[in-house]
Ligand binder design. Structure first.
Ligand code: NAD
Ligand code: UD1
Length: 331
């Protein structure tokens, strides 16, 4: 029976489709291309040599979602479909609540009606808010600082309530740290529209000469070199984490949160220097003010994923930088 991948044409979704197909799963993708292109799905087919069904549709449109479930006997859902830009969510909160919350409510309602109760959900380390305690464990206090983060936290709560009401649901809440990198083929990767907000796409565009220089947001944080520290994780490791979470939800019931991170933090200056080393490019940068809302240090305690999902990240920072750069050069 197939696995439904919502948002499967996106950055993390497309990499997860590759891993699922390589592992022998049958998949169906549902995406509205609000932040992706159909070409990504052709690339997934090219990488894997396997075909799959695809539906263009919006999760907030019940008929589109029903259409997929009425035509297929779905075994489980991996739910990536959602909007993810923090700054944009502050400017357009209703759009974020509508898309992320309503999309998830419609999806879960249709799943319920068709008796499909296995779900892997894309949550985010942003549910840990401004927490200062590192490494961050799943039982840390949750708080959020943006409408985007709030949609993730609210959806986590909705899914917990769903399981309380019906314990045959089996749900994994995957809290991603900072995904970077791309498939080693250079055929799929992150393709941000406009000027990137996140560090790695900004660095690769400076290296490619598309942007003049990087602004390093603050060098007065209480870290070794004063710049912010994050837990960067290779997107292929992240994708493989989804296979393990899928196996878990299909073989047990419950609702559990898992950190998907490496457990190691790198500063902005360390990332610049690792990138320069593998690409041979000099990254021009200037130190500027702190970015409002940023925290000093964030990295995961990934122990729970290791013991319960039998998953841990394998790829190091140089591989992450090399694959990000290969994708930028080919794109
Ligand atoms: P992405 O934007 O590349 O992929 C999301 C996909 O969902 C896109 O293809 C988009 O077109 C689709 N989509 C959005 N709304 C939809 C809707 N209403 N109906 C159907 N399709 C819809 O983002 P990504 O980086 O691959 O992230 C995937 C998920 O992981 C998102 O839910 C995101 O919030 C979460 N996440 C991402 C990061 C990150 O840094 N990339 C970190 C933490 C959590
Ligand atoms: C951001 C989101 C977070 C999301 C995560 C996903 C914000 C406030 N938070 O986190 O919700 O889950 O992406 O990957 O947007 N930096 C620079 N210059 C830049 C860009 C970033 O110095 O041009 C620094 C930041 O200050 C930070 C680090 O690089 O210390 C990483 O930033 P970024 O890639 O934006 O990720 P987060 O802020 O961790």
């Amino acid at each position: 029976m197939p696995i439904l991948i919502t948002g499967g044409a996106g950055y993390i979704g497309s990499h997860t489709c590759v891993e699922l197909l390589n592992a022998g799963y049958e998949i169906i993708v549902l995406d509205n291309f609000s932040n992706s292109k159909p070409e990504a799905l052709n690339r997934v087919k090219e990488i894997t040599g396997r075909d799959f069904q695809f539906y263009e549709g919006d999760l907030t449109d019940r008929n589109s979602v029903e259409d997929v479930f009425s035509r297929n006997r779905i075994e489980a859902v991996i739910h990536f479909g959602g909007l993810k830009a923090v700054g944009e969510s502050v400017l357009f909160p209703l759009q974020y609540y509508q898309n992320n919350l309503v999309g998830t409510l419609v999806l879960c309602d249709v799943m319920n009606r068709y008796g499909v109760k296995n779900l892997v959900f894309s949550s985010s380390a942003s549910v840990y808010g401004m927490t200062n305690e590192v490494p961050i464990r799943e039982d840390s206090i949750l708080s959020v600082t943006s409408p985007y983060g709030r949609t993730k936290l609210m959806i986590e709560e909705v899914l917990k309530d769903l399981h309380t009401a019906d314990d045959t649901w089996s749900i994994a809440l995957l809290r991603y740290f900072n995904p970077i990198g791309a498939h080693q083929s250079g055929l799929i990767g992150e393709d941000p529209t406009g000027v990137p907000n996140n560090l790695m796409p900004y660095i690769t565009q400076v290296a490619a000469g598309k942007l003049e220089k990087l602004q390093v947001y603050g060098n007065d944080y209480p870290t070794a070199d004063g710049t912010g520290v994050r837990d960067y994780i290779h997107v292929v490791d992240l994708a493989q984490g989804h296979i393990k979470a899928l196996e878990k939800v299909m073989s047990s019931s419950g609702v559990e949160a898992f950190n998907l991170g490496t457990g190691t933090g790198y500063s902005v200056l360390e990332i610049i220097s690792a990138f320069e080393k593998v690409s041979g490019k000099k990254i021009r940068y200037q130190i500027t003010e702190r970015r409002p809302g940023d925290i000093a240090i964030s990295y995961a305690d990934p122990t729970k994923a290791k013991t319960e999902l039998h998953w841990s990240a394998q790829r190091g920072i140089e591989e992450m930088c090399r694959d990000s750069w290969r994708w930028q050069e080919k794109g």
